[in-house]
Design a protein around this ligand. Structure first.
Ligand code: MN3
Length: 208
């Protein structure tokens, strides 16, 4: 079955003023849509790969045929990353807060929630060019922050060497913020915390 562009779980203007409606519209209907289209194209004639989940395509990226590996890495990664990115955000005031369990893990790894936000933003600001900042849960329940270039993600063993399972990610490509913030990536990352959907992060942290 072909991969499809997901609907947003909220209106395009619901994340304003952190993220404006036009950015949301172009980001999903143009950029994300192109990743979906090009992923389906790359998988044409590969029935066994079309049957795999998007998670498994990312996890097994290193084992894919060389002829399509880069296309699936870029476009399958792009589809996974953006599908999650929409869910990792919610209108201000509706995203809840870190659970007691997640808070304890954040405090253990980063000292405090503010210490976490500072390190996460530094990972995003420090990513040269285009990419993502990630919060990952290791198998032992501890947390780590990393960043990846392009549309790589921490599920991609052997390519993105973050380790762990990504439970929160922020898109720091210019297309994610340039209309409203121009070159001010740090301002975008600061405003982004207002629309983080902690309910989804809590769910992914608890999932084993
Ligand atoms: Mn993007």
């Amino acid at each position: 079955m072909a991969f499809t562009l997901p609907e947003l779980p909220y209106a395009e203007n619901a994340l304003e003023p952190s993220i404006d409606a036009l950015t949301m519209n172009i980001h999903r209907t143009k950029h994300h849509n192109a990743y979906v289209t090009n992923l389906n194209k790359a998988l044409e004639g590969h029935a066994e790969l079309q049957a795999m989940s998007l998670d498994d395509l990312c996890r097994n990226i290193a084992t894919l045929p060389d002829s399509i590996k880069t296309a699936v890495r870029n476009n399958g990664g792009g589809h996974w990353n953006h599908s999650m990115f929409w869910k990792w955000m919610a209108p201000k005031g509706t995203g809840g807060a870190p659970s007691a369990e997640l808070s304890a893990a954040i405090n253990a790894a980063f000292g405090s929630i503010d210490g976490f936000k500072e390190k996460f933003a530094a990972a995003g600001v420090g990513r040269f060019g285009s990419g993502w900042a990630w919060l990952c849960r290791n198998a032992d329940g501890t947390l780590a922050i990393c960043s990846t270039p392009n549309q790589d993600n921490p599920l991609m063993k052997g390519i993105a060497d973050c380790g762990g399972a990504p439970i929160l990610g922020c898109d720091v490509w210019e297309h994610a913020y340039y209309l409203h913030y121009q070159n001010r990536r740090p301002d975008y990352l600061k405003a982004w915390w207002d629309v983080v959907n902690w309910n989804e992060v809590n769910r992914m942290f608890a999932a084993r």
